[in-house]
Write a protein that binds this ligand. Structure first.
Ligand code: KG4
Ligand code: ZN
Length: 345
């Protein structure tokens, strides 16, 4: 069956076509993406109203592009999936509305997907997909969570952030260094030229004994350090960026290793925008290789938001027999929606 997936939870419009097959993993036929980064750049962050309007403009042309490049026509679609949450309410409503209208027009069911489940399953889009069970480190702009994943739809929270997400720590630190939006990639690029040991920054909750995170204090420490540097900030910016990145990466690394130890699992999946961070990948790879743990990442371009992961999550739910697609075409969205709420108790 062909599954068309639509992602519109934040500042990227993504559409993709995935085919369910007899094999264990569905196959991605095509995907297309429009990033709103340039549009929001002038405001230093995402403007929700502008995001919604832009999703409306982009989604149908992207769907056309995907169908064309897959050599299929819309009529062949058997299920339309969309991101139901979490995310910006207005932005989510665009994807939900368009998916429901398409489903109604085609007479096929629609299925709302959890955005983080999309990230979590995105490594299944790569050539060497993981096997269940695994520990997942979900690190995006809005979430930082360690999960135990036993199967599609079986997610148990092991730990999460008490305040800012890892991506937010990157973004906010970058902003106060004047690096613009989105700060994560900019900060990590600058960090390449800096000394990660130049400044002593806190590693919050590193020794807390649990698997929770906290990044709000780190941002304050970066701000204090930047103020202390004053006019010298310009010359030391790369060092501060490298030190900030080192602090975030060390916490993510140590807590992931602790989660592996605690669960006894030998497989780690890293997903979400921060999973694109080079230093995080290098350090996880090295530490996991020493301990005989396999690490799986989504392909680099599928780390950040995209439609492929939404279509994939829908197709995997379908294949696992746990999807509940609807022909009611009366949609709602869930701007706040914990991932472990998906697990049937
Ligand atoms: O998963 P994502 O695209 O969107 C959310 O669902 O939030 O993640 C976006 C986040 C942003 O905070 C961005 O700064 C961060 O991922 N990010 C990075 C890198 N690429 C994206 N952070 C650090 N290093 C990167 N290379
Ligand atoms: Zn995301």
């Amino acid at each position: 069956m062909l599954v068309l997936g639509i992602e519109s939870s934040c500042d990227e419009t993504g559409v993709a076509l995935v085919e369910t097959m007899a094999g264990p993993v569905p196959r991605l036929l095509a995907h297309a993406l429009h990033s709103q980064i340039e549009m929001h750049q002038a405001y230093g962050g995402v403007v929700p109203e502008l995001a919604s309007r832009d999703h409306i403009r982009r989604v149908l042309p992207l769907a056309d592009e995907v169908l064309r490049s897959a050599g299929r026509v819309l009529r062949q679609t058997g299920l339309v999936a969309y991101t139901r949450g979490p995310g910006l309410a207005g932005a989510l409503l665009v994807g939900a509305g368009v998916a429901s209208a398409m489903g109604a027009a085609l007479g096929v069911p629609v299925l709302g997907i959890h955005h983080l489940e999309g990230h979590l399953l995105s490594p299944f889009l790569s050539a060497d997909p993981p096997e269940f069970p695994f520990v997942a480190l979900l690190v995006s702009g809005g979430h930082t969570q360690l999960m135990r994943v036993d199967a599609v739809g079986q997610y148990r929270m092991l730990g999460e952030t008490m305040d800012d997400a890892a991506g937010e720590a990157f973004d906010k630190s970058a902003k106060l260094m004047g690096l613009g939006y989105p700060g994560g990639p900019a900060l990590s690029r600058l960090a390449e030229q800096g000394d990660p040991a130049a400044f002593k920054l806190p590693r919050p909750l590193l020794h807390s004994g649990d698997l929770d995170f906290s990044f709000a204090g780190l941002k304050t420490a970066v701000l204090t350090q930047a103020r202390k540097l004053g006019d010298d900030l310009g010359a030391r910016k790369a060092d501060l960026a490298a030190s900030t990145q080192a602090a975030i990466v060390e916490v993510l690394l140590k807590k992931s290793l602790a989660a592996l130890r605690q669960t006894g699992l030998r497989r780690l999946v890293v997903a979400g925008g921060v999973g694109a961070n080079r230093r995080l990948r290098e350090q996880l790879d090295a530490a996991c290789a020493r301990q005989g743990v396999r690490v799986h990442y989504p392909e680099l371009h599928l780390c950040t938001d995209n439609g492929a992961m939404i279509a994939m999550a829908a197709a995997m739910r379908l294949q696992a027999g746990i999807a509940e697609p609807s022909r009611a075409y009366s949609f709602d969205v869930k701007p706040r929606w914990p991932l472990d709420a998906l697990t049937e108790q």
